[in-house]
Design a protein around this ligand. Structure first.
Ligand code: SAM
Length: 252
């Protein structure tokens, strides 16, 4: 069963669509390189598609893409954003897709909500023999001091462990390779975006660890963040830096 955190995004679907970061073109270049083919014409399913951020980018590359999303409000938001893209209800543990039907399955920030003992066999079932599974996350750029400090404050607020400064987060890759028998390639892509302070704070407020907390405590936390960040960014323009952690698994 999905956890309540996995479902939490539905309470904030519109805010999610308006404030969450996208993904840079280099992610899709790397996927194409690992696949040994262009995305144009590839039959792709974006799983845990949410509001369709990655789905839209796959479509821009010419992929024949559908979205798979378990959440009501996230799926509805995705349909509004991408009226021409089929949005199927379902999740990675039981894909509503035919066997050997797809060249590419993508999970943008959603693989962690699956049970890999189910989602890996499902991916292998749905992918064609030379198909590819691509999983990625926008991770924190811990070498940027204000981002590191903010990460620690958020972790403290949410009662979670701050992540270590360097992230030798190879466990997912090793587990994926072990369960699938596929070759797993890992790439990292650094990128940034400059956004208004309001959007930055809204982005923080759409994190699952935040969404399951008491909203009045969250409001107080965000008001304090606003105060701090105004001192740091008087023009209220904030540069968020991310490191995309990309895993591409296939027989290539
Ligand atoms: C952080 S959001 C990522 C959304 C989108 N892919 C993006 O890049 O913004 C995580 C999404 O995973 C979905 N999800 C939850 N459980 C899932 C599961 N078992 N399999 C696939 N997706 C799941 C949630 O409903 C949510 O839309």
């Amino acid at each position: 069963m999905p956890t309540s955190r996995a479902h939490s995004f539905n309470a904030a679907a519109a805010r999610y669509a308006a404030s969450r970061p996208s993904y840079p073109p280099a992610v899709f270049d790397a996927i194409e390189e690992c696949m040994g083919r262009r995305l144009a014409g590839a039959r792709a399913a974006d799983v845990g598609a949410g509001t369709g951020i990655a789905t839209a980018l796959l479509r821009e590359r010419g992929a024949d893409v559908i979205a798979v999303e378990p959440g009501d409000a996230m799926a509805a938001q995705c349909r509004r954003a991408l009226p021409d893209v089929p949005v199927l209800r379902g999740d990675g543990n039981a894909l509503p897709l035919a066997t050997a039907s797809h060249d590419l399955l993508t999970y943008a920030q959603s693989w962690q909500w699956t049970d890999p003992t189910r989602s890996v066999p499902e991916a292998l079932r749905v992918l064609r023999r030379d198909g590819t599974l691509a999983i990625w996350w926008n991770t924190t750029a811990f070498d940027v001091p204000w981002i590191r400090a903010q990460h620690d404050r958020i972790a403290h607020h949410c009662g979670t462990e701050p992540k270590p400064a360097t992230r030798p987060d190879d466990d997912t890759a090793i587990r994926l390779a072990g369960l699938s028998g596929l070759r797993v390639t890992r790439r990292q892509v650094r990128w940034s975006r400059v956004i208004g302070l309001d959007t930055h704070l809204a982005n923080i407020s759409t994190r699952s660890a935040f969404l399951v907390l008491d909203q009045s405590r969250n409001r107080a936390f965000l008001a304090e963040e606003r105060r701090r960040l105004r001192e740091m960014f008087p023009d209220e323009r904030v540069e968020e830096t991310y490191l995309v952690d990309l895993l591409v698994a296939g027989r290539q």
